[in-house]
Design a protein around this ligand. Structure first.
Ligand code: ADP
Length: 798
């Protein structure tokens, strides 16, 4: 419909047409409409597809162009008859007809007046009917004030509608206002407001203007409401979208600005703080440069990023390390002695050696001094000696455990490119120390393992070597830290397990287990006062009798050192303090009976002295990392000729000892009163219980030989006698290691005699007088001497 024809005056003046038509019934072509209603004076386009309708239009066009438009009751009806149309319709003028294509015609029709269908006059080839124009009441009646008011209201509503529907032209309001009557207004609004077809038809059929307006007002209201809500929703959606977009843009701009300025406010402060800390840390040149570079990167990288925190952590490590913090050394050896004495009872020889070591160190401070290594069972005072040395030197002290270090990176750190990278243990220890010349006690160096992840020993060697450790580079730090001023002390339980290159650098001081008397003295002088202080029990006036401490040592501990004893004493003090705090009238002096009450039944007392009731056993002595131990060696014989079955912790060396022992016995069978034939007929099962880590495999030789001799002679082993020593095929007894610990172990176990190789005589000096006094120690050069003491005399025959 692109044609734009100018309107004729008649077309623009439906009022004139109305007058022309008059009120008389007339016969006209009828145009059925499926679902639309034409209101008087309204102008609508209609599409005509049905053939009869087309004929009707053509007929009208050939005459006065007047048709009657009626809506069908059911839009689906194809060929409506009289009963299928609503009774009220509209007389209309066809203003224009345009053929769209073969089947369809568009027509522009203008309503003139309501009309009533009086009847169909013909149905072929199109509907014709008689209609009566209906009077327009408004035109005839004077305006009802109520109707006027309704009209005013309707106009007001229309105005509101127009403000929220800017797509409607403003002059709609002008037109509405200029309409001559409320009836006109009602029809005008009826075609403007959104209504469904049935509502429209009802409005068309309604004769009263007031009623029509009344129905239109809520519809208007509804439409306004829908539009307002719709608009609100649209605006809200738009606003939230805008807000998000706005925020995103702002954030982007902010970040750009931050990048330009180098950080946000908080971040900037942080950066400044870090910069100041780094400046105060007194970094050496190399580290200084690295720090500056990383600071620069930190400023450029957004704080939310992961890399930012990685760099920050790194810089904090740099800032926290004691690059230029050192303590003033005390060089007064007399003072050092006082401190060592204050902190430790006994250990005279050890203290002496430590003082010598310190003296040499102070004399030639840059000479390549060996590394001090304290070796001995747990709880014998290695850590506390290290601490005392630090105190004596006026240096800070840190203990760094090395036990279970398998990976070189644990010592040297992980490169920063690894996720969660950390500096190695040395740098960690230094940060804790807070000075660059502390005493660092590397604990359990013998438990540093070697495996596929690299050899930590090499790294450890470098750390401990004064020639190399000046430029120690931790992988994480990436810059050198001078370790040469650190005083390293290593501790080990088993010196033999320290890799030889490392062992060679060490000045080893061996500590051994304590005797009961020493333990008692240490408990009294050091442990008890300390646990009382640690448990804030000073004011309670707690005391402990010697018998009570002895009871704890014998019944509740079984160790070379003092760790368990210290824990048990602490437990006694805590329990007593707690009871007193709860108002229970607990004795303030702890005696042996009270120990039992508080700690429960003895754990070790009864099993102390190992006993053997049958021939075929012997007590050996073993060295273990936690001190000397007594072990029961058992031999059993049964018919057979497979020789030996060996079980328990038996290495090859111990098997050889067993074979040597047997050979000795066979060659001395006669003098021992053994039927030589028995060896051929007997299969021997030899068992050495687990739990003893052999320090030197062959040292059980004399004990194994005793057990076998006992088995074959039927003589019982002498109770309370234990032995150690290697034997040769010819029966010579050779010296072995770990004598002191072994004898102390036998002493702890309450044995009365130990049989040692003659060539170990020198070791006896190391034994505390208390032990030598309370135990018989026999030195034997030959196996016959051993057997003399280790086996009971043969039962007189018969
Ligand atoms: P280690 O490091 O050898 O395992 P510790 O140094 O931890 O042993 O000693 C265990 C406890 O025994 C500590 O409380 C320590 O002070 C104390 N101790 C060990 N030996 C002595 C001693 N000779 N004099 C005083 N206290 C000692």
């Amino acid at each position: 419909m692109s044609e734009a024809e100018s309107k004729t005056p008649a077309e623009s003046e439906p009022e004139a047409l109305r007058r022309l038509i008059g009120d008389a019934p007339r016969e006209v072509p009828i145009l059925p409409m499926r679902a639309s209603v034409l209101f008087p004076r309204a102008l609508i386009p209609v599409t005509i597809g049905r053939a009869p309708s087309l004929e009707a239009i053509k007929d009208a066009m050939s005459r006065d162009r007047i048709v009657a438009v009626f809506m069908q009751r059911d839009p689906a009806t194809e060929a409506p008859g009289a009963g299928d149309l609503h009774e009220v319709g509209t007389l209309a003028l066809i203003i224009k007809m345009i053929r769209a294509d073969e089947d369809n015609v568009h027509a522009l029709v203008q309503g003139i007046t309501r009309c009533r269908l009086d009847g169909i006059t013909s149905a072929e080839p199109f509907l014709r009917g008689e209609v009566t124009p209906l009077a327009d009441e408004a035109a005839s009646e004077p305006a009802d004030p109520e109707v006027s008011a309704l009209a005013q209201e309707a106009l007001a509503q229309l105005e509101r509608l127009l403000t929220i529907m800017p797509e409607l032209p403003r002059d709609v309001l002008e037109v509405a206002r200029g309409l001559p009557s409320p009836a006109h207004l009602a029809d005008f609004l009826a075609s403007l407001v959104e209504l469904d077809a049935d509502e429209r038809q009802a409005l068309l059929a309604e004769g009263s203007t007031g009623v029509r307006l009344r129905r239109l007002l809520p519809a208007l209201e509804r439409q306004i409401h829908v539009l307002v809500v719709g608009k609100e929703i649209r605006e809200e959606v738009k606003k939230s979208f805008d807000d998000r977009q706005r925020q995103a843009i702002l954030r982007e701009q902010l970040e750009a600005i931050q990048r330009q300025l180098g950080e946000d406010e908080g971040g900037k402060r942080e950066l400044e703080e870090l910069r100041a800390r780094l400046a105060a840390a007194g970094l050496p040149d190399e580290a200084r440069k690295e720090a500056d570079r990383e600071l620069g990167r930190l400023a450029r990288i957004p704080p939310q990023s992961n890399e930012h925190s990685v760099i920050r952590t790194y810089l904090e490590w740099l800032a926290d390390l004691p690059w230029s913090v050192s303590t003033e050394d005390e060089t007064d050896l007399a003072r050092a002695r006082t401190i060592l004495d204050e902190d430790h009872s006994g250990l005279e020889a050890i203290k002496e050696r430590i003082l010598e070591f310190l003296a040499i160190r102070t004399l030639r401070s840059d000479a390549r001094t060996p590394i001090l290594c304290l070796s001995g069972p747990p709880g014998t005072g290695k850590t506390s000696l290290g601490r005392s040395i630090a105190r004596a030197l006026g240096r800070n002290f840190v203990r760094q455990s090395m036990g279970g270090v398998h990976d070189e990176a644990e010592i040297r750190g992980h490169r920063r490119t690894y996720v969660g990278a950390m500096p190695g243990k040395l740098i960690q220890a230094l940060r804790r120390a807070g000075s660059n010349n502390p005493v660092i006690l590397l604990d359990e160096v013998d438990k540093v393992g070697r495996d596929s992840r690299g050899d930590p020993t090499a790294a450890l060697l470098e750390v401990l070597d004064p020639e190399q450790n000046r430029n120690f580079v931790d992988h994480y730090l990436g810059v050198a830290f001078d370790l040469s001023r650190v005083f390293f002390i290593c501790t080990v339980n088993v010196l033999e397990q320290v890799p030889p290159p490392l062992r060679d650098r060490m000045e080893v001081i061996e500590l051994s287990g304590y005797t009961e008397r020493e333990k008692l003295a240490i408990a009294r002088q050091h442990l008890l006062p300390r646990v009382i202080a640690d448990n804030a029990a000073d004011a309670l006036g707690l005391t402990m009798r010697d018998e009570a401490i002895q009871r704890v040592i014998r019944g509740y501990t079984r160790e070379a050192g003092l760790r368990t004893l210290e824990r048990r004493l602490a437990s006694l003090v805590r329990k007593t303090a707690k009871a007193l705090a709860e108002g229970i009238d607990a004795p303030r002096e702890i005696d042996a009976a009270r120990v039992r009450e508080l700690l429960g039944p003895d754990r070790y007392l009864d099993q102390d002295i190992p006993r053997i009731d049958e021939p075929g056993g012997a007590l050996g002595l073993a060295w273990t990392p936690v001190g000397g131990e007594v072990l029961v060696i058992e031999a059993a014989g049964m018919p057979g000729h497979k020789g030996f079955i060996l079980t328990g912790q038996l290495g090859d060396v111990m098997k050889e000892s067993a074979t040597a022992a047997l050979t000795y016995l066979r060659s001395h069978a006669e003098s021992l009163g053994i039927d030589p034939e028995r060896f051929a007929r007997t299969e021997i099962h030899l068992h050495v219980p687990a739990g003893a880590i052999p320090k030197d495999g062959p040292s059980a030789g004399t004990a194994i030989c005793t057990a076998l001799a006992s088995l074959f002679t039927g003589r019982l082993p002498t109770p309370g006698v234990a032995m150690t020593g290697e034997i040769t095929l010819k029966g010579r007894v050779l010296p072995v290691g770990g004598i002191k610990e072994k004898v102390l172990g036998a002493h702890r176990a309450g044995l009365r005699m130990v049989l040692l190789p003659r060539d170990n005589a020198g070791d006896l000096e190391e034994l505390p007088a208390e032990v030598r006094e309370s135990m018989e120690i026999r030195l034997c050069g030959r196996m016959e001497e051993v057997l003399q003491h280790s086996l009971m005399p043969a039962e007189p025959a018969g």
